[in-house]
Design a protein around this ligand. Sequence first.
Ligand SMILES: Cc1ncc(COP(=O)(O)O)c(C=O)c1O
Length: 449
Amino acid sequence: MPHATSEGDLAINGGQKAVAAFEAEHSYRGPKVGLDEFLAIADTFGYSPEAQAKMRTLLSEEDESVNPQLTRYYNPRPSRVAMFEEKARQVFGSNYALGVNSGTSALMSAYVAAGVGPGTEVIVPAYTFYASAAAVVASKGIPVIAEINDTMTIDPVDVERKITPRTKAIVPVHMLGMAADMDAIMDIARRHNLMVIEDNAQACGGTFKGRYLGTIGDLGCFSLSSYKVIGAGEAGMVLTDDEWLYTRALSQHDTAACWRPDRYAVERRPGELFCGQNYRMSELEGAVNWVQMGRIEEQRVRYNANMRRIVAGLDTFARTRLRPSNDIEGDLGYCIILTAESKEAAGLLGPALAAEGLPAGARGVEGSRDWHIYSFWEQILEQKTATDEGCPFTCPYYEGPLPEYSVDMCAYSADLFDRAIFLRVNQWWTERDCDAVAAAVNKVCGVYG
Ligand SMILES: Cc1ncc(COP(=O)(O)O)c(C=O)c1O
């Protein structure tokens, strides 16, 4: 390599380049990730070996410079995550949509955005997946657990009872596709100047009085995973109409805050930049969820029609009743809940319905551990923390007293959960299937219910 003998020899000053070209053929182009990785994805999708062999033959003929960019940063192609967010904004009619990597990350982003932190309380229902409450603690807030009512969603009466000067937010959770009473919750929140953060992990596409769940409160959180209505892997989303809440959720979800209008600019307002996490959605999830967003409405229509046909075919039973709905037209409809008069009765009905060939079950008398009901959240009830000082339960900013956590604290909810019989509805059932399901329920409840 020639040594510079004078400034004029430097390439920057017009001298000869020290490296005119690289010998290696693929110095500047891929594939770092290519056909093999793509076929590994095809395999994950379950395509047969024969189909994959055909794809390999076909795609081998493609220019080798195919070089996927599976992150949003500096992507030469339109970012699939950005496309997913745009589609979500259109579908839900929200000003802002933020793709994240799980429902829990969506909750964390929303809680932090809303100001949940040391010294604050957040009211969550006794019946929800544990993540709704765990994310409060992880955000350094204190979860206050409220009863559910017969609708199996948060009880507005108990919510109002549990408000303190420290309450920051209420978290209605739309369990199993069923809307919480959003009129009552919004009314309470506005009167007490509280944030409403909807946990809509389980009801993507459900509505309440014609409005999509997740768009009624200040922030809506979604899980988009294989176990949920929409999604196929591990992803989530936050919706909001409020620019500031979106900005703060963005900062929490990506501590590098890369997608602010100007990435490295100083903060536009105190509270915009802080040390958050990395919950970014990958381009693979973005692509899948972009397509999935387009399936929400058709899915809701199929589920809801089947659920309502079954419900319309049910008799009235002596001791078992249908869970009352806050809005049956908006219920997503993938689950019908019957409530027995006792957990012993539920323990008879659940297996009897399953024996008739229905996808039904109940916890019954010997209910196993289940993190959908607060009484098994010992991380919270026993204030377990990752480090010994016990933050946030011992936080000096918390002007307590702490809620009296115990397995009996929401006894009505625990009992209701034990008495519930869950019947999963299939969106692809035909009308005859639905009628057969209703007849099977009538048969069993005619004897036991
Ligand atoms: C009500 C509820 N909230 C939050 C979550 C968390 O979602 P994820 O598993 O995507 O983090 C779930 C998932 O099961 C849920 O059901």
